[in-house]
Design a protein around this ligand. Sequence first.
Ligand SMILES: Cc1cc2nc3c(=O)[nH]c(=O)nc-3n(C[C@H](O)[C@H](O)[C@H](O)COP(=O)(O)O)c2cc1C
Length: 515
Amino acid sequence: MSTTETIRAYHQRTKHQLGAYARGPEYLDWENQPDPFRRFSGAPLNSLPLTPDPTAGEAVFDIAGISKLLELSMGISAWKQFGPDRWALRCNPSSGNLHPTEAYLVSHGIAGLDDAIYHYAPREHALEQRAELVGGESQCYCLLALTSIAWREAWKYGERAYRYVQLDVGHALGAVRYAAALLGWQVSLLSPGDAAIGDLLGLSRKGDFEGAETEQPDLLVQIHTVGSGLVETLPEGCHWRGRANPLGGEPALHWPLIDEAHHACREEQPDHQPSLAPIDLSREWLSRLGPLIRQRRSAQAFVAKRSSLAIASLQSFLVALMPQNGRPPWDLWPATPRLHLALFIHRVEGLVPGLYALPRRIGLQPELQSALNESFLWQPTPITSDVLPLYRLAEGDMRKVARTLSCHQEIAAASSFSFCMLAEFDQALAQGPSAYRHLHWEAGLIGQAAYLEAERIGMRGTGIGCFFDDSVHLALGIEDTHWQTLYHFTVGFPHIDTRLQTLPPYAHLGEGATA
Ligand SMILES: Cc1cc2nc3c(=O)[nH]c(=O)nc-3n(C[C@H](O)[C@H](O)[C@H](O)COP(=O)(O)O)c2cc1C
């Protein structure tokens, strides 16, 4: 079997069906949940400075600026408490709040930081120094890498977990891009290939991970100020320190399919061209971004009665998801947009409830039309324009359909609208199996944009990874794998659970920490 066939088989096998969910654990042993916080024992810990409001003030490209970047992207945003249970939420969302994504920083010439390779410890808001740097370039630079510990998701979700891990990577990448934008910085995808990222971060140093869960390299970006160049040669680490902590969990249950899937879609070679075009962001857009990043949460439930949304709000939400809008996070994503939306509009003033489509690539509409049910209407709406090719496909109350398709989850129906992200699956995979990961990253980026834009229009969103794949395809008239749904999302007026107590993110660090 070719690697592309392997990943296609993975996708097929991990579909949830109306009558049967993808293979996962029969029960969950909550006592044995894998530790969501990785630490490297023996690696020197460098605390990052906390400020009362990391979204305020000038951002300088030094340790204080880097601290803000990490806090606002991969850091803790709040602690929640219910009875004796207490758990952290982070600026980046994660399926099941399990957080498989780890972040690393490679800094060179940055004031306040050694020239070193660091692992970011979000609970401590600190950098663990894994290695000193040798080689590379003389310029000042900051690289940020994301890796995944798939076991954290597999523990709960079994074989389907690899998809969620990749969606989470896309969310984290989006979170990094938004935080950098707030600080006036750019983010460029370097994509040197998995092996190069693994070598740079020391992921293949077997002794450092003995008895602990391994990490898979995902992506490498450079954080930089406008006008500064990109590194051409990656540095290397020396004088490595620290051993990864075992994360725990049920060792008897392993999911070899996840390793197979990862092996099949490893990124052998770089295939993205970094984009360096400076973008001009409006003051108004930027001024509201900080609070949105800090307040982002997933809605647990919606107030159905209040869920009627103004059509102009829907319009600005959808425009923000279009890659041509020139705004983050799309400026860092150089690949052709391959994900398009099918929307279930439930309650939007001025729009008839029904099924709608939004191709995210201008000019794609005829192709999408020929792929979907031929009885669909393809009528323009009052907000359809050259930059927003939104079409009505069918009229009707879609709440029941949306709920059923999203694994019977009420949040898909009690919202103002929900949507699924349809990927040009066959076309993308024709370019090689690593496209499977890129499709999920793009879906995660859309999800991250959707989370923040939902907050911007006074609503709240929730990513939905649980859906009955082929039932969605059937509802849309898709009969083969040319188009596949990869991720769902829902937006509405949140019902706030007042039984939950909210605690500040870093009060646990004691003296000197700020709420
Ligand atoms: C990829 C992904 C899939 C998710 N799937 C679901 C889902 O099917 N149902 C749900 O209620 N929440 C879902 N969520 C929301 C997560 O449970 C939520 O992000 C997590 O609990 C952390 O909470 P926060 O987003 O408020 O930080 C998903 C989130 C992500 C990123």
